[in-house]
Write a protein of this length. Structure first.
Lengths: 120, 278
């Protein structure tokens, strides 16, 4: 079973994603984290096929999360999922090989279905 | 018929006209000195010819003797003792016992018999020209030379006024361009201040937009889920979450309003301070 990891400091955001993913298909295993540092620590245990990552978070933000992956040469596929519409953030995200897409909240269900089908 | 005295007058008049033309072309004080050095000796006899021109607080000292002419612009009168007397009394004078007059070295260096010192004070509106001529038996200045001396003094006064006015104008232009430079600097400074403020305001507005968009995106996401949910889940989960997110949105907006008001007030206070100091 394919595994999806959600990293967002706001629990409701993770809830929305879980609901939406289950609407697309019930065939995915989902793990969600509101503490990105914990998500990093347990990354190897889960070995997710795709990670949806928020940018604006306390303690460790999305960019630091990405930097950690890069430094440790970890090839996880990342989709940024943020409420930021800033073009600066879009440009910055292109510097990370892990980042496969930049999504702006709220994501719609067709968009999500497309991504899950192509990537997984 | 041309008499001998008429002939002399005609030659002198030609010399004067040459002097007047040459003086008219002068553009600097040094050129005036050079012009006098060349032309004055053809108009009348003298050992030393000296003038002090004064207008406002500007004094021009001009002294011409054989082989030497000097001109100096000064803020102080530096009158010789006999010039002090002329400045006080204003009527023409003639001294014969000049050793008692404490004259400058250039006067006392003259070796001649029967030295005479002539002096005039011409006043024209706000200008004053004190002229003195030292003559002796070898170079005798006489009564009939006075007409030409007056013409020389008059021409000289007009020319010196012109040069002094040009000098004043240059100084004022300099002050004006200095003021312009200062203004430019102030404008550049203020413009960069405004640019910094604009950038700050832009950053604040972008930050605000993001902080508001976060809870709003949640509400939109939750609303998109409404159709597919069972009534139980709706009441148990989704609606409380919409309430929760709506409160967050309200807080975020309150925060934006408070911060923006505070920032605007700070900018206003800074501007008022600038206006007072400027």
């Amino acid at each position: 079973m394919k595994k999806i990891m959600l990293v967002d400091d706001v629990e409701i955001s993770n809830f929305i994603m879980k609901k939406m993913i289950s609407k697309v298909s019930g065939d995915y295993e989902i793990v969600d984290y509101t503490f990105p540092e914990l998500a990093l620590a347990e990354l190897a245990d889960h070995n997710p096929d795709i990670i949806f990552l928020d940018l604006n978070m306390p303690m460790i933000n999305g960019w630091e999360f990405l930097a950690h992956l890069q430094e440790n040469n970890l090839k996880y596929k990342i989709y940024i999922l943020t409420s930021s519409t800033s073009q600066l953030d879009v440009q910055k995200s292109k510097n990370y090989e892990n980042v496969k897409g930049f999504l702006v909240k709220p994501i719609n269900i067709t968009e999500l279905a497309d991504i899950l089908q192509t990537v997984l | 018929m041309i008499t001998e005295s008429n002939q002399v007058f005609r030659i002198t008049y030609e010399a004067f006209s040459k002097f007047a033309n040459s003086l008219n072309r002068c553009r600097t004080f040094e050129e005036i000195a050079a012009c006098l050095s060349i032309n004055l000796k053809y108009l009348f006899n003298y050992h030393v010819f000296r003038t002090v021109y004064n207008r406002n607080k500007t004094y021009v000292h001009l002294e011409s003797s054989v082989g030497h002419t000097s001109i100096k612009v000064d803020k102080i009168a530096h009158y010789l003792p006999h010039e002090e007397l002329l400045a006080d009394k204003r009527n023409p004078q003639k001294w014969t016992g000049i050793t008692s007059l404490q004259l400058s070295d250039s006067f006392l260096a003259i070796e001649d018999e029967d030295l005479e010192l002539w002096g005039w004070n011409f006043v024209n509106d706000d200008r004053q020209v004190i002229v003195s001529v030292l003559s002796g038996s070898r170079k005798r200045f006489s009564q009939k030379d006075i007409n030409f001396l007056k013409l020389v003094a008059d021409n000289l006064e007009t020319k010196l006024l012109e040069l002094c006015l040009i000098k004043e104008l240059d100084e004022k232009n300099h002050i004006i361009s200095q003021i312009n430079e200062d203004q430019k600097e102030i404008i550049t400074e203020r413009t960069s201040e405004i640019a910094v403020k604009n950038k700050t305001l832009l950053e604040i507005s972008v930050l605000n937009a993001h902080s508001v968009r976060e809870p709003l995106s949640r509400i939109l996401g939750l609303v998109s889920l409404l159709d597919a949910e069972s009534e139980e889940d709706l009441y148990k989960e989704i609606i409380p979450m919409i309430k929760n997110s709506s409160n967050d949105l309200d807080k975020a907006l309150q925060n934006v309003i408070d911060h923006t008001t505070k920032d605007l007030l700070e900018l206003k206070v800074k501007n008022e301070k600038n206006n007072v100091s400027g």
